[in-house]
Ligand binder design. Structure first.
Ligand code: NAD
Length: 270
């Protein structure tokens, strides 16, 4: 059986942990060559080593980049094209939730700016260089390869829902990712470049669990989750895989919620 991403190439940011790591492994298992990009090179290299051990039919390469720096993102996209000959999938997934991010009164400007730099500008630059690469993808009828591609941006449930446990800069950055993705989808729809966001619910990854470091803090959230549990990174990776493949070929400008029903919920089950 050919994989769902056979002959294709993907660049995934934040690939050293959580959603990015699980997506890298899953995309590779479906036949994609993967460039694992992270500010933590060692973590990305561990991910590439897992893939190399499990899937000998694909290339997995780790590279260091800070998505908050335009030149780093450009270099990472250039590397993917140089190593794989093309870029079919760009997963702008890296993001931060700063511990000092709070409400309107307590959030310092430097925390706001840092959050926007990584979570919003990083996604913008990832889109920019992916567009330039995808426009010149060499088509190959026999292998089912075309110009264009799929760009997936990680937003969050907080892009669409308010929380009385605020992280204002994070929430604003994710709302902007949602809006920006929708608009990019319209601008590039006729060149075969699809843009979709993915909005995870609260997950059991370091990003959230480092912050929800007491049972009391976890319980404050768990009562609002219809399924009564936090999500797993791999559950979001499976959604990203669908958006990455041609199975979602008529989907663009969509926000794919993988949130255990959270955004549809008024009263949770007891
Ligand atoms: P994670 O902490 O497990 O992984 C994030 C990865 O991003 C890490 O490997 C980290 O080193 C990397 N990273 C951080 N800053 C970077 C930078 N400047 N440049 C490159 N890499 C950087 O987190 P996760 O839960 O897998 O989060 C992935 C995405 O999902 C983020 O955008 C996050 O905002 C979003 N998200 C997470 C949750 C959740 O509950 N965990 C919910 C909604 C959305």
């Amino acid at each position: 059986m050919p994989g769902r991403l056979q002959h294709k190439s993907a660049l995934i940011t934040g690939a050293g942990s959580g959603i990015g790591l699980e997506s890298s492994i899953l995309f590779a298992s479906e036949g994609a060559n993967v460039l694992l990009v992270d500010i933590n090179l060692e973590a990305a290299q561990k991910g590439a080593a897992i893939i190399a051990q499990k899937y000998s039919n694909v290339k997995a390469i780790a590279t260091k980049a800070d998505v908050g720096k335009e030149e780093d993102i450009k270099a990472a996209v250039d590397k993917a094209v140089k190593e794989f000959g093309r870029l079919d999938v760009m997963f702008n997934n890296a993001g931060i939730m700063h511990p000092a991010d709070d409400n309107a009164l307590n959030t310092e400007e430097r925390i706001w700016d840092l959050t926007m730099q990584i979570n919003l500008k990083g996604v913008w630059w990832g889109c920019k260089y992916a567009i330039l690469a995808m426009r010149v993808n060499p088509p190959d009828e026999a292998k089912g390869l075309r110009t264009g591609g799929s760009i997936i941006n990680t937003a969050s449930f907080v892009a669409s829902m308010g929380a009385a446990t605020p992280q204002l800069a994070y929430t604003a950055s994710k709302g902007a990712v949602l809006a920006m993705t929708r608009e990019l989808a319209m601008v590039h729809a006729r060149e075969g470049i699809r843009f979709n966001s993915i909005s995870p619910g609260p997950l059991k990854t370091p990003l959230l669990m480092d912050f929800l470091n007491t049972q009391e803090k976890r319980d404050r959230r768990l009562v609002h989750l219809p399924m009564g549990r936090f999500g797993e990174a791999v559950e979001v990776a499976k959604g990203a895989l669908f958006l990455a493949t041609d199975e979602s070929s008529y989907m663009t400008g969509f926000d794919f919620k993988v949130d255990g029903g959270l955004s549809s919920c008024y009263v949770t089950p007891v």
